[in-house]
Design a protein around this ligand. Structure first.
Ligand SMILES: NC(=O)c1ccc[n+]([C@@H]2O[C@H](COP(=O)([O-])OP(=O)(O)OC[C@H]3O[C@@H](n4cnc5c(N)ncnc54)[C@H](OP(=O)(O)O)[C@@H]3O)[C@@H](O)[C@H]2O)c1
Length: 256
């Protein structure tokens, strides 16, 4: 990773934070971004104490101007972005009859429109260089459509679809797209869910964020296309594809 300029969007916590630490320890220059300046400062200090190279730029991906500023300033300073990891997301849950539409809107604005905005503004720079890599983070929820989580799942299904189509558009421009779909992890994103869906959520175990971040780094190094993380997620994904009725019954059983 030496000499690589890596932009991590959604770096203040969870997978984005863990992957930033790993990439910096492997010699990449990491530009960390998200809204929480204090969390970014703490991460930047940690990376630098460990001998890594890190720059921070706070940015809300729901703002076109802010994302343009993030990408333009990074390009002005470093001349390129070799790898962009787009990890930002928010999550709200409820049964569909109880959904708060403002929360649904916020999820789509961040998880879908914000991520597409980042990609849209990154691509001209990567296309000009005829190289680059974009890692998009979806979720097994984008395939599994668990009750209570269907609108969040819909945002993740949108990102999976976006990533697969994007890959077809940009491969000939020398740009790789990695779509990464982990199973459940204990992060800030999911911390509040135990109150709202206490009976079954997370009961079948969680993936370790460090392990997920390492798999993401390996997948990026190998320019993998579609990566599902977690044994249960891989099994569930295959079952949904090949045995949809059985998958439907299992999902209903474990979520009631
Ligand atoms: N946790 C799970 O069980 C799970 C499972 C599968 C997939 N995923 C996916 O993995 C990715 C990382 O999630 P995580 O679990 O690591 O959650 P997390 O710790 O909550 O991280 C989410 C990141 O998104 C950033 N973010 C949220 N809104 C933003 C905005 N408007 N602009 C810029 N950044 C924003 C947050 O930073 P600020 O608040 O500082 O902006 C934070 O850094 C997400 O795409 C998520 O959907 C998570």
């Amino acid at each position: 990773m030496k000499g690589k300029i890596v932009l991590v969007v959604g770096a203040s916590s969870g997978v984005g934070r863990a992957v930033s630490l790993k990439l910096a320890s492997q010699g990449a220059t990491v530009i960390i971004s998200s809204r929480d300046k204090n969390a970014l400062k703490t991460l930047k200090n940690t990376i630098e104490i460990n001998g890594g190279q890190c720059y921070m730029h706070s940015c809300d991906i729901c703002s076109e101007e802010a994302v343009r500023g993030l990408i333009d300033e990074t390009i002005n300073q470093f001349g390129k972005i070799d790898i962009a990891i787009l990890s930002s997301a928010v999550q709200y849950v409820d049964t569909v009859d109880q959904l708060n539409i403002d929360e649904v809107n916020s999820m789509f604005q961040t998880n879908v429109v914000g991520i597409i905005r980042c990609t849209r503004l990154l691509l001209p720079h990567m296309m000009k260089k005829k190289s680059g890599q974009i890692a998009l983070i979806s979720s097994i929820m984008g395939e599994a459509a668990f009750p209570h989580m269907v609108s969040y799942g819909a945002t993740k299904a949108a990102i999976s679809c976006f990533a697969r189509g994007l890959r077809r558009e940009v491969t000939d421009h020398g740009i790789a797209v990695t779509l990464f779909s982990p199973g459940h992890m204990n992060t800030n994103l999911s911390a509040h869910l135990h109150d709202r869906i206490p009976l079954w959520y997370g009961k079948s175990g969680s993936l370790n964020v460090e392990v997920v971040a390492q798999k993401l780094v390996t997948s990026i190094r190998r320019k993998k296309a579609d990566v599902v993380i977690g044994r249960q997620s891989i099994m569930l994904g295959n079952m949904i594809k090949f045995l949809p009725n059985i998958a439907n019954n299992i999902i209903r059983k474990i979520t009631t």
